[in-house]
Design a protein around this ligand. Structure first.
Ligand SMILES: Nc1ncnc2c1ncn2[C@@H]1O[C@H](COP(=O)(O)OP(=O)(O)OP(=O)(O)O)[C@@H](O)[C@H]1O
Length: 599
């Protein structure tokens, strides 16, 4: 039995207080990152990763050379050795050239890796989102908010290259690079730093490399405090993404329903709703600003202190003649570098926080994609000869589990034309969806003949973006059909005025009237000539003359077709041989007597 479904809003809030345990989220994040290395593009993935990894060592080497250069440079100044200046300048230019070349190559590879990784992930998520109609199920049950934005934006943010925004791989590489450089600078400091000497319980202790330990302690304390200060920021960022997504989808909704809103005189109401939605994003953005101030402050103090603190630690040794001026300045540089490298966490906390929220949203999408609810209605292919459709013990339920309609055992024979009737909200369209395998809630089974071409035509036809010809030919590609055939069909359905526009790319779904769209549906039916036609109020927007033309055309052009059609208009009964009427949640089948012999 399907579980009660929470409303979208409740789910969104639970999304903010992540219900999954940390291990599951880490596993999912790792799958997201490592999947690409096993994808068909694995050769490039590994090449790029290894090169970028190699560059982290290259960066450490350059920082080391720069540190040595500083030492030589300040020693030369202390000794007033002018002869050293030109060779030192040449060395500096060489180091800089190497550094720039490395940065450019790194950015190039990073950019390529970013777009290829994103391509792989986007395709993977599109496949999973659209597979077995999962995307419709997510919308039907409102399982998560804005899956489209998760695929378009969150995946982009996770895979982003340097320069655009900072993606997760970049952060990971920088963290690794920081460790490599950190170790390098710790070694420099160990060489020059005096030991920490103290006595405890009458024994004298000496710990070598005092500055290293001060720098490590400095980085650890800084990181811990930043993590504490940063927690509200991460939560505020997550909320911000939800609210921005809601605001955007609200705007899209208004845009799509512009005419209806205008006709209902509801422009002001919708305007206020947009304002409220934007206010939610705006007010939360204050929390983002305030919480980020704390982080920015912590990071600035950390940087400033890092350049001065080592001087106070080492100057006594310099005054005592224990180190040269060059050693002092190189020591300060090494301390600042070590603090900076170890404290990369401090610097990148905001970025890491953002990434965590992107990953959480993708994890929500993953759960929605993977955790398909129980399918109560079995859909199979294959029926007895001469039978097009059978249902056995079929009962439809609402997503929350309440009963909707009981169909029971029902068979449709080849060539029969069934009218589905019943009051509004009885479950007629839901039955059509169940026949298409798109309604899992309920029990029993549905089977369609597997050797027949079945076509479902809803009340509101889907017209793809593109040409009018593509709209008629859908789901075939327009190139598969002759222009002349499509033009003849348009004339047949009384849309002859559009024959010279079949190649025009327009928003046909918005432009054509509902009745014109239903005539496009007829053209599509006549083009595809299905064996079984399931119509859901497919003529509801047509006048009497066009409705007659619709049914007469189908009967005349595809005489053997089996038809199941949801109707409200009793006058349409004459086009049918049988009826399935829903009364008080029960379906009753009957043959229709045709006094005039029609049908
Ligand atoms: N995605 C959904 N989530 C929850 N309830 C739904 C969903 N889709 C349909 N329902 C409910 O199922 C019931 C039957 O809807 P359905 O569209 O099948 O009725 P109908 O008989 O075709 O009505 P009408 O004649 O007005 O088109 C309605 O009460 C509707 O609210």
């Amino acid at each position: 039995m399907p579980q009660p479904t929470q409303s979208g809003e409740v789910r969104r809030e639970t999304g903010l207080a992540p219900p999954q345990d940390a291990t599951a989220r880490w596993r999912d994040a790792w799958r997201l990152v490592s999947g690409y290395c096993r994808s068909p593009d694995w050769k490039f993935a590994w090449f790029a990763l290894i090169t970028l990894l190699f560059f982290q060592f290259g960066t450490a080497f350059i920082l080391l050379r720069t540190n040595q250069w500083q030492r030589q440079f300040f020693d030369a100044i202390e000794q007033r050795d002018q002869a050293q200046l030109v060779p030192l300048m040449i060395v500096f230019l060489a180091i800089m050239a190497m550094q720039v070349a490395m940065i450019l190559t790194e950015n190039l590879i990073d950019g390529l890796l970013s777009i290829r990784w994103r391509t792989y992930l986007t395709r993977d998520y599109l496949d999973r989102w659209m597979r077995r109609n999962r995307y419709a199920e997510i919308e039907r049950l409102r399982i998560i908010d804005n899956p489209d934005q998760r695929i378009a934006d969150d995946l982009n943010n996770i895979t982003a290259a340097v320069g655009m925004s900072v993606g997760v791989l970049h952060i990971a590489l920088r963290l690794l690079g920081s460790i490599v450089s950190g170790v390098t600078f710790a070694m420099i400091l160990l060489e020059t730093a005096p030991p920490i000497e103290f006595s405890l319980g009458g024994n004298a202790f000496s710990i070598p490399g005092s500055t290293v330990w001060y720098a490590v302690a400095y980085a650890l304390i800084g990181s811990y405090l930043t993590a504490k200060i940063g927690q509200p920021f991460v939560r505020a960022m997550m909320r911000q993404q939800h609210r921005e997504a809601d605001f955007r989808s609200g705007l899209i909704h208004v845009r799509r329903n512009a005419a209806q809103i205008g006709l209902a005189g509801a422009v002001a109401t919708e305007r206020q709703a947009m304002e409220r939605s934007f206010d939610a994003a705006r007010l939360n953005f204050r929390s983002v600003i305030y919480s980020s101030l704390g982080l920015t402050g912590a990071s600035s103090i950390y940087d400033r202190m890092g350049t001065v603190l080592p001087l106070f630690i080492m100057v006594p040794t310099y005054f005592a003649g224990g180190m040269s001026f060059g050693q002092l300045m190189a020591g300060r540089d090494a301390f600042a570098q070590l603090g900076m490298q170890l404290g990369y966490f401090v610097k990148s906390y905001q970025l890491i926080g953002q990434q965590v929220s992107y990953f959480n949203r993708i994890k929500g999408l993953d759960d929605a994609l993977d955790e398909a609810g129980p399918v109560g209605i079995a859909v199979g292919a294959g029926t007895a000869p001469g039978i097009v459709l059978t249902t056995q013990g079929l009962a439809l339920r609402r997503p929350h589990g309440e009963p909707m309609v009981t169909i029971g055992d029902w068979s449709v024979r080849t060539g029969e034309r069934w009218a589905l009737r019943g009051p509004s909200g009885a479950g007629k369209s839901t039955l059509v969806r169940a026949l298409a395998g798109l309604w899992p809630d309920g029990h029993g089974s549905v089977a369609l003949a597997n050797d027949r071409r079945v076509m479902f035509v809803p009340q509101r036809l889907y017209l793809p973006l593109g040409t009018l010809k593509a709209a008629v030919c859908f789901p075939d590609r327009p190139e598969e059909h002759d222009d002349g055939v499509v033009q003849a069909l348009l004339r047949r359905v009384r849309l002859g005025n559009l024959t010279d526009q079949i190649h025009a790319v327009r928003l046909w779904q918005e432009e054509l009237s509902p009745g014109e769209q239903q005539r496009i549906a007829l053209a599509r039916i006549l083009l595809h000539r299905p064996d079984v036609l399931v119509l859901d109020e497919a003529t509801s927007a047509l006048d009497a003359d066009n409705t007659r033309n619709f049914y007469d055309s189908v009967a005349g052009e595809i005489p053997g077709a089996t038809i199941i059609s949801v109707i409200h208009d009793e006058t349409l009964l004459k086009h049918h041989t049988h009826s399935l009427t829903i009364v008080d949640g029960q379906a009753q089948a009957a043959a229709i007597e045709q006094p005039t012999g029609h049908g």
